[in-house]
Write a protein that binds this ligand. Structure first.
Ligand SMILES: Cc1cc2nc3c(=O)[nH]c(=O)nc-3n(C[C@H](O)[C@H](O)[C@H](O)COP(=O)(O)O)c2cc1C
Length: 423
């Protein structure tokens, strides 16, 4: 139920206004108010469950994909196991992996995770099994860096990593347009290359299901391969994959269709997009350039939904080297809200979400169905447990930690994955 329609309901309004009604009354009434609020938040707030196909998330908090630049040849190692595992222990309902490359030349850096070979599955499965045991659902972000490949990790000066240092030179993109002085000038993908990439996403999906992931997120944002096709700034093709809106969205839609066909029907499919290149909001510096815009995202969303996408994870930017972005708390949430409202599809909101009340409000007000946190969950992997405490909501704690919880906390139960149903 959207917030506006909920507020027409007098019972709902009574509960919404409970904090005010509970003010200045005796301790017993305020305990009652707290209990009622807690029951209410069980159904509507940050700690309510979210169903996407057969996947039932225990809460609305997701670990946003975060590259760790720590893999060798794409393999999961102890770092990834602990990094992902800790965030599952921390109580996030869904843990998404970093952008995991479907082809070796699709890595952003030589240290990215990969899933281009069967031998990558075992390490991923070990991490997935552990996260499930801690009560979290799991998702893999499948990606290809396109023209932004073979670069240094962010803690080193920005540069292109040469072949002599483990980089590669077959850097591929829709058009031979470089992203910045720290990036290669890519080779334009041929039609055969495009076909090959589609197959790489399909094979990666099969491997992700084998590893036990509950959902797949296609990385269509942040100036990586799909976004390079979407935006006219990076797509100057003259064939059926460039030019008009229909042509620029074609590659993403074809991959989505192919991945959806491969993914069990029980498993939801998520796509992350950048809602805008931000140039449309910066007429002063870019009077004539528009790039990818909110309007185009609003046209794309229903097309994605028609292809079987269950949730759009709405980010922004990444395809312009020096953009002007009004970064601030929740600065991308309005885009998730407009897509949710206008395209009638579930959305995730990401970007500068750090206060529990802020995250809770995004869900309650119907701006998004899921919040994805990145840096806040690096600062504090136990943020979901802390947020629950702050919002006065009882969530389970790992049985091993219950003694530190204060008050009675139910011990965490393993997450039960849906049975993969044939597509
Ligand atoms: C260390 C780090 C690595 C990231 N790697 C990815 C990635 O692999 N895929 C992706 O879609 N976004 C990536 N992001 C972006 C985050 O998922 C998120 O969209 C962004 O940080 C904004 O959210 P925040 O304000 O909660 O940090 C990364 C962010 C950080 C901080």
């Amino acid at each position: 139920m959207q917030k506006s329609s909920r507020m027409h309901c007098p019972i709902w309004r009574f509960f919404e206004e409970l904090p005010d009604r509970g003010k200045n009354c005796g301790p017993q009434l305020s305990i009652l108010v707290r209990r009622i609020k807690s029951v209410q938040s069980h159904f509507t707030g940050l700690f309510s469950q979210l169903r996407l196909r057969d996947l039932l998330l225990p809460n609305r908090i997701a670990v946003s994909p975060m590259c760790q630049y720590s893999a060798v040849d794409g393999f999961v190692n102890d770092w990834h196991f602990v990094h992902l595992g800790t965030r599952a222990v921390g109580g996030a309902g869904l843990v998404l992996t970093e952008a995991t490359a479907v082809a070796p030349e699709g890595r952003i850096s030589p240290g990215d995770l990969g899933i281009w070979s069967d031998s990558h599955v075992a390490g991923l499965k070990r991490a997935v099994d552990f996260m499930h045991a801690q009560g979290a659902a799991t998702g893999i972000q499948l990606g290809h860096a396109g023209r932004k490949a073979s670069t240094s990790p962010p803690w080193e000066p920005a540069r292109l990593i040469p072949v002599s240092e483990g980089g590669w030179d077959n850097i591929l993109a829709p058009s031979p347009v470089s992203f910045s002085e720290h990036h290669a000038t890519p080779k334009a993908l041929t039609l055969d290359d495009i076909q090959g990439l589609k197959e790489a996403f399909v094979t990666a999906t099969q491997r992700a299901v084998e590893a036990g992931f509950d959902t797949v997120e296609i990385h269509g944002a942040h100036g990586y391969l799909f976004h390079q096709f979407l935006s006219p700034l990076s797509n100057q093709r003259e064939d059926e994959y460039g030019g008009s809106f229909e042509n620029r969205v074609r590659f993403l839609l074809e991959v989505v269709r192919a991945v959806r066909t491969e993914l069990p029907s029980s498993h939801p499919l998520i796509v992350r997009i950048s809602a805008t290149d931000w140039l449309e909001f910066d007429k002063q510096h870019h009077p004539d350039a528009h790039g990818w815009t909110v309007q185009q995202s609003l046209r794309l969303a229903p097309l994605l939904q028609r292809e079987g996408v269950d949730l759009i994870d709405v980010s922004t930017g990444g395809n312009v080297a020096k953009p002007t972005i009004p970064v601030g708390a929740g600065y991308q949430t309005s885009f998730a809200a407009s897509i949710r409202e206008q395209a009638a599809i579930a959305t995730g909101s990401v970007g500068m979400i750090s206060a529990p009340e802020q995250a809770d409000q995004i869900i309650r007000s119907g701006q998004a169905d899921l919040v994805l946190l990145a840096r806040e969950l690096l600062r504090d992997p136990y943020w979901p447990m802390r947020a629950a405490q702050q919002l006065r909501h009882d969530i389970s704690w790992p049985a091993q930690y219950v003694r530190a919880a204060g008050g009675h906390k139910p011990p965490r139960q393993p997450f039960l994955p849906a049975d993969p149903k044939q597509p």
